[in-house]
Design a protein. Structure first.
Length: 295
């Protein structure tokens, strides 16, 4: 069988296309990485990399080995986690913000289930403010949701801007003619709603609630129909909507996505979900995903 350490060194080189950078990433000597790749090639019986003094390239067999190596290492890690003495077991009551359902939650849950097959998940989807209340009432163990920028409760996962969204390809439903700004928003206690109302009030702009829905799907449908403007995360823009630019519309500021746990929640379960979120990642964000979480 192929040695896991050899596969890890090969994958690092295939990603960095440099033995030096791969060694730095793995915290190994370059000679050790070279030896690992050479032994893997001997086990395979074919060259996997073409290298000279300046460049490193994958051969056709090397490109195939990238996929095989990932699968082998994944299976190896799953088997090791399954049979280790401290394997995470139990039930996790997880609350997730509505905004994350169609974007990051599927990947997070897939990674979490693959790494923790003996943990059952009870999932609650709600507004961030509601999830905070449920956590305080001990109805949830862990919350993956939003908080207002500048608040300290919870562990920061990433930071994003709130923007005004409207139907893509259509004139904005508010032209700044003195009419109240029509809003498509969640009901209270919604963080994006509260932030939007505060920003409009500070700017001295009148507003009206054109549509309220506790479902992101309902809000998107209303915004796509042109009923009003939707305050929403800039990096989680739903299909069919686009940012509305207007010099008269106030900035909505930032929002932070956090992981928050009960103080007495199982440390292993909390850490496992934190690892899943970090592994799933959030491409293009302004903050780095954390690998450990705490309440």
């Amino acid at each position: 069988m192929y040695e896991p350490s050899h596969l890890r060194s090969f994958l690092a080189v295939s990603q960095a296309l440099s033995f030096t950078r791969a060694a730095e990433r793995l915290d190994l000597r370059q000679s050790t990485v070279s030896q690992h790749v050479r032994r893997l090639e001997e086990a395979v019986g074919r060259p996997l990399l073409l290298r000279d003094t300046h460049t490193v390239e994958l051969t056709v067999d090397g490109e195939a080995m990238v996929s095989f190596a990932r699968d082998i290492l994944d299976a190896h890690d799953r088997a090791r986690r399954h049979f280790r003495a401290d394997v995470v077991r139990g039930k996790l009551r997880l609350g997730v913000s509505e905004d994350l359902i169609a974007t990051h939650l599927p990947e997070v849950l897939h990674t979490f289930r693959r790494r923790n097959p003996l943990v059952d998940v009870e999932l609650t989807v709600a507004l961030s403010g509601t999830l905070h209340q449920l956590l305080d009432a001990r109805a949830l163990d862990l919350v993956f949701a939003k908080r207002l920028a500048g608040q300290s409760r919870g562990r920061l996962i990433w930071r994003d801007r709130l923007v005004w969204l409207g139907a893509a390809g259509q004139p904005p439903p508010w032209q700044g003619t003195g009419e109240p700004v029509p809003l498509v928003v969640y009901p209270p206690p919604s963080i994006s709603r509260a932030q939007a109302l505060a920003a409009l009030s500070s700017a001295g702009l009148p507003w009206r609630i054109a549509c309220t829905s506790g479902s992101l799907g309902g809000l998107v449908a209303a915004a796509r129909a042109g009923l009003g403007l939707l305050p929403h995360s800039a990096q989680l823009v739903p299909a069919g909507l686009s940012r509305v630019g207007s010099a008269r519309l106030p900035s909505l500021g930032e929002v932070e996505f956090i992981l928050l746990s009960r103080p007495d929640a199982g440390a292993g379960l909390v850490a496992a979900l934190g690892d899943a979120i970090a592994a799933a990642g959030h491409h293009g964000t302004t903050a780095t995903a954390v690998r450990r979480t705490a309440g």
